[in-house]
Ligand binder design. Structure first.
Ligand code: SF4
Length: 394
């Protein structure tokens, strides 16, 4: 009930998100004004900023934006779509796209019309790119009818469900996401549905009951991703300032997912069974759901694939080709960096930030790592926390 009261103003808003005022714009950090950002799962379009859902682990802490509860648009949908199409890293039919996943929830009532309009603008160009929409809010049957209406884009709806019931950390009732998942899956024709089981955090939501609940929900998805918590320093500061139970002693640049937690989840999955297969990586689940090979080249990190269905392993094996060194060196140089080596797992480069590395990764279908940020074998690109020699508080 408290939940309903809290979100009533947003639910009742039938109008679209207003364009931000100059005064409001001036309060935003410059990073938030960069509407297009290349992230691992694709080029991310974020022209709406602000969210009332108050998840304690929200990435907006990192941008000093957590207090902005009412969504505001930085520009029109048409301008945002044009910016995407004209982005130097955008490649028709190839670049994965994520909509409104950094600073708001794309299914909040005032935001939803913009999400649908962006999908329409992409689809009407006959683009076949993957498009990811990640939400923890409500999906109704009439939304599904719209989501089914797109003919060209490869659309995936990822429904975030953690099962965390400490409402100091996650005030939104997890049952909302559970209901959305069931609805989205029941009506899916042209789009695919992923159970985005995250963040899984020791003590908060890692009991056998939590696992069984997630496995039960996995029957209502084409694939399930399980993953940990981004425990960046700014999020840790928020936990400390609000007296929230700290899951780890340190902040981390990558997602935290202790080895023991993963072992327990996989053992429980083997014991109880799941409805849809489990994946460690978002793009693996998305591509499996559409019956195509992983666009991030995770197949090179072979230990990631030990839980993947055989048909999908075969797809990825067929598509995964060690790239030509001359081509990679030229690409790295063109982007301002250099090729260090190409090995059996990844291309290793120097002097390239994340965004050009992701451009290379998606262009090559092969992992691209920074020589100064090594990925450890069997750790799946996650933070060091929770792996041997690293201490935890819980
Ligand atoms: S085979 Fe490996 S890379 Fe491909 S989807 Fe499965 S886990 Fe991911």
């Amino acid at each position: 009930m408290a939940d309903q009261e809290k979100f009533a103003p947003v639910q009742l808003a039938s109008r679209r998100v207003p364009i931000i005022t100059t005064a409001q714009r001036n309060t935003l950090r410059p990073e938030l004004l960069e509407v297009i950002e290349y992230r691992k799962s694709g080029l991310s379009v974020n022209h709406i900023v602000g969210c009332p859902l108050d998840c304690g682990y929200c990435i907006r802490h990192v941008f000093d934006n957590f207090q902005m509860k009412v969504p505001r648009a930085l520009m029109t949908d048409t301008d945002a779509a044009t910016m995407l199409f004209e982005h130097p890293y955008f490649q028709p039919h190839l670049t994965p796209i994520q909509l409104l996943n950094r600073a708001t929830d794309p299914m909040l009532p005032p935001v939803k019309p913009h999400t649908f309009e962006m999908l329409r603008l992409l689809d009407q160009r006959r683009l076949t790119n993957h498009v990811l929409v990640i939400t923890r809010w409500r999906i109704e049957p009439e939304d599904c009818a719209i989501l089914n209406s797109f003919n060209n884009i490869r659309l995936t709806v990822l429904v975030t469900h953690s099962g965390i019931d400490d409402d100091r950390i996650e005030p939104v009732d997890s049952n909302i996401a559970a209901a959305s998942l069931r609805t989205a899956f029941a009506h899916a024709k042209r789009y695919r549905v992923i159970l985005y089981w995250r963040p899984i955090v020791p003590v908060l939501n890692d009991t056998d009951e939590h696992f069984q609940r997630a496995f039960e929900l996995s029957h209502h998805a084409h694939a399930t991703v399980f993953t940990g918590l981004f425990y960046k320093d700014q999020i840790r500061d928020y936990y400390q300032a609000h007296g929230l139970p700290e899951p780890y002693l340190e902040g981390a640049r990558r997602k935290v997912f202790p080895e023991d937690l993963e072992t327990r989840i996989l053992a429980a999955a083997a014991e109880y069974g799941t409805g849809s297969p489990l994946f460690r990586k978002t793009s693996c689940a998305v591509t499996y759901a559409h019956g195509v090979a992983d666009y991030n080249g995770h197949y090179g990190i072979r230990e990631l694939c030990d839980i993947c269905p055989v048909a999908q392993i075969n797809r990825c094996a067929k598509a995964w080709v060690r790239p030509d060194a001359a081509r990679v060196a030229a690409l790295a140089e063109q982007l301002g960096g250099s090729l260090v080596e190409i090995n059996d797992r990844a291309v290793v480069v120097a002097d390239l930030s994340e965004q050009p590395r992701y451009l290379m990764q998606h262009s090559l279908g092969y992992q691209v790592h920074d020589v100064n940020k090594p990925h450890h074998r069997n750790r799946h690109g996650r933070a060091d926390l929770g792996w041997p020699t690293i201490k935890e508080t819980l």
